[in-house]
Design a protein around this ligand. Sequence first.
Ligand code: HMG
Ligand code: MG
Length: 298
Amino acid sequence: AASSTVRIVEVGPRDGLQNEASVVTPSQRIALIEALVSSGLETVEAGSFVSPKWVPQMAGSGDVLRGLPPRPGISYPVLVPNLRGLEDAMAAGAREIALFLAASESFSRKNINCSIDESFERVAPVVQMAKANGIAVRGYVSCVLGCPYEGEVALASVVSVAERLIELGCYEISLGDTIGVGTPGKARAMVECVSGSIPTKNLAIHFHDTYGQALANVLACLETGIAVVDSAAGGLGGCPYAAGASGNLATEDLLYMLDGLGIATGVDLERLLDAVTYIADDLRIAPRSKLFAARRSD
Ligand code: HMG
Ligand code: MG
């Protein structure tokens, strides 16, 4: 049965901005994160400690973390690909990191320049060092419903990568439809399959909206008991190494649906729209949500 509460993991300041052509400075990213936190969001991904040659948009993530006042109950996870990334994240005060691996070999090579097995060798010492320092570790699995290079991805590979991340010590696995090709039946079946070996409470869903299926996919997965959903304010986002992938599910569209279903999130829609307005008016990036379009045409 569907959970009566959902925790929204806001990925806008990371996934939302990592693929944008316009440069968003660390101080603008801090202002955006502050606005998102003001709406009631308790988990806001704040950046990535990856190579700035690979993803220039996330340069300065250390300055972003250092500029955020610590608040009880609020967490600012950051993406970390290797030990170098963890060291830099820790130096900036990170308390939570996210690893990002893939269920597809080709995507793994394009995105992080190594095979799936090599990516586990890379992240094993990262988890060890994070744990030794009391840092929480989340894990992403990309390409769970399709790969931009291989097409179909075997469910067995999704399950195996998710299981290995849990065994390593991730407290939660976010299942990513990186290119937004999934449809509700397939999304639900994928989650049910992973739930066969990992408790549903340790799973999150992360849908990109390339084909307009993200919200429908969330609804289908909520029926399995999933209670953690990733989304990005304004519906921004995409992965630079997944050609054709469009933005994430917009947090405001997700919230509108959850509010309508009577599912509690602790997030205030009007305050969230203030953050989306900041994206539109100050960052000059056009939001891609239905809700923003509806409100602007009022
Ligand atoms: P590489 O070239 O194989 O690694 O890249 P390397 O160790 O040979 O290093 C190359 C250069 O990068 C060196 O610099 C290193 O110092 C530097 P150079 O000598 O050329 O001047 N370097 C770093 N710099 C800063 N921070 C670091 C770091 N590590 C190395 N941590 C690497 C391997 C993983 C670094 C590279 O492939 C990379 O940065 N990839 C990032 C890709 C990325 O961020 N993709 C987007 C996030 S994933 C996503 O969006 C999907 C998700 O949303 C879920 C979904 O939707 O499915 C999470
Ligand atoms: Mg993503």
